[in-house]
Design a protein around this ligand. Structure first.
Ligand SMILES: Cc1ncc(COP(=O)(O)O)c(C=O)c1O
Length: 415
């Protein structure tokens, strides 16, 4: 068998969608500048699929800081991995600022969240340890768990009773192997927008001996009184042993960090393979993250505005009879019911007739008859963005109930 014969777009996890909608559903080209209104296929769309929660992507001070750092350092500096030649004072300064902000002793930077998460998990766990993770965790966590050579178990999404059963099993195994137990959850689960039940997980520490890893990609900057994330929001930050967040969401950049006890961070400095064996975070991104953190701390009104918009959107959808979940994070999931064909047509109608660009999620991510639309409100969305979107969803929902999408073909020409 030739390996290349197996590598066609119609295969793999996204095969079906890629085969029908490459360039439209998958790999669409939203033309910049980043805004709540952007161009797609030559027409302006209201955009609800960008995690620029606080609107920092286009904040004038952020844009200025990025440009000045780019002018001074280019994307090249520094060169080499931090362990060899790419280490700078600014990396350490940013790490301490992040650690202080989330209430931990120290922090380590990563170039991206994805490899940051999986290589942290890989470094933390030894083959005698047992890992227990929420079954709906992000792919980067699943990949980290896959690297683990010892015992791994999932628990049902946010099901604390099931987690407790798994902990009981894990304790028996760990007693035999002489290892420890790591529980992994997320701060905010990005599909449904619900928070991990972290407070309840931390409470289990009084009965079981384990450490907790939380990927707070969607909570950092968004949740908690100061924006320090899910632990601050739920009042259990001290119980999170490994606090992870990416710069790719509320910070509108690239990079990530893990905050923990000082000796743990020092260990990761030397053992998180995705950083040890990779070029360090460029100065442009390091200084850019410092500026973003400064604004995030100085301007809580950005977070307040985002929450105000999220509430208007959610309340408006509910008032129009739509099945809308969430409320624990700005991520707003709208649930409709229909076949896969109907799901495709609703997405097309929303995008082509109503000029709204948002992500639609179908089977196998959700059950077969469910169509999930996921809207991400930000501080920058306007009253007009929200009202037009509410009207659009009311109309498509009524058309879906009336059976309109069963037999139409709304795919635009040339797609
Ligand atoms: C929960 C979660 N973890 C990690 C990541 C990866 O972050 P990054 O884009 O910095 O690699 C994402 C981004 O999609 C995410 O949603």
């Amino acid at each position: 068998m030739d390996i290349l014969d197996n590598l066609h777009v119609s295969k793999g996890a996204f095969g079906d969608v890629a085969a029908i909608g490459h360039g439209y559903i998958t790999f669409p080209k939203l033309k910049g500048p980043l805004s709540t209104r952007m161009m797609f296929n030559g027409k302006e769309k209201i955009v609800w699929s960008i995690n620029d929660y606080l609107g920092l992507a286009t904040h004038p001070e952020v844009v200025k800081a990025d440009a000045e750092a780019g002018q001074k350092y280019s994307m090249a500096f520094p060169m080499g991995s931090r362990i060899m030649s790419g280490h700078q004072d600014e990396h350490e300064q940013l790490e301490q600022q992040l650690a202080d902000f989330v209430g931990k002793e120290s922090a380590i930077l990563f170039n991206f969240g994805y490899p940051g998460v999986f290589s942290s998990i890989d470094a933390i766990l030894g083959r005698r340890d047992v890992v227990i993770y929420d079954e709906e965790c992000h792919a980067c966590i699943i990949d980290g768990v896959r690297l683990h050579l010892g015992k791994r178990m999932a628990f049902k999404h946010n099901d604390i009773d099931h987690l407790e059963k798994q902990l009981q099993k894990a304790e028996k195994i760990a007693a035999e192997t002489g290892g420890g137990i790591l529980v992994i959850s997320e701060g905010v689960f990005s599909m449904r927008g619900d928070q991990g039940r972290l407070k309840e997980i931390v409470d289990l520490k009084s009965k079981y001996s384990f450490r907790l890893f939380v990927d707070d990609a969607h909570g950092f900057g968004v949740l908690g009184k100061t924006g320090a994330g899910c632990g601050e929001e739920q009042g259990c930050q001290d119980g999170i042993d490994f606090y992870f967040a990416t710069f790719a969401k509320s910070m509108a950049s690239i990079g990530a960090f893990l905050a923990a006890k000082d000796h743990v961070v020092k260990f990761l400095y030397y053992n998180a393979r995705s950083q040890v064996f990779a070029k360090s975070l460029p100065m442009v991104l390091t200084l850019g993250a410092m500026k973003r953190l400064e604004i995030l701390k100085k301007h809580p009104e950005l977070k307040d505005k985002m929450w105000e918009n999220a509430k208007k959107l959610r309340d408006g959808l509910a008032a129009r009879g739509l099945s809308v979940a969430g409320g624990e994070s700005p991520i707003t999931p709208i649930y409709l019911h229909g076949s896969l064909e109907e799901a495709k047509n609703v997405l097309l109608d929303i995008r082509e007739t109503h000029n709204i660009f948002c992500s639609g999620v179908i089977y196998p991510v959700v059950p077969k008859d469910v169509i999930l639309f996921r809207l991400v409100p930000t501080a920058r969305h306007t009253e007009a963005d929200i009202n037009e979107t509410l009207d659009a969803f009311e109309q498509v929902s009524n058309k879906l109930k009336a059976g309109y999408y069963k037999s139409v073909n709304l795919m635009p020409q040339g797609v």
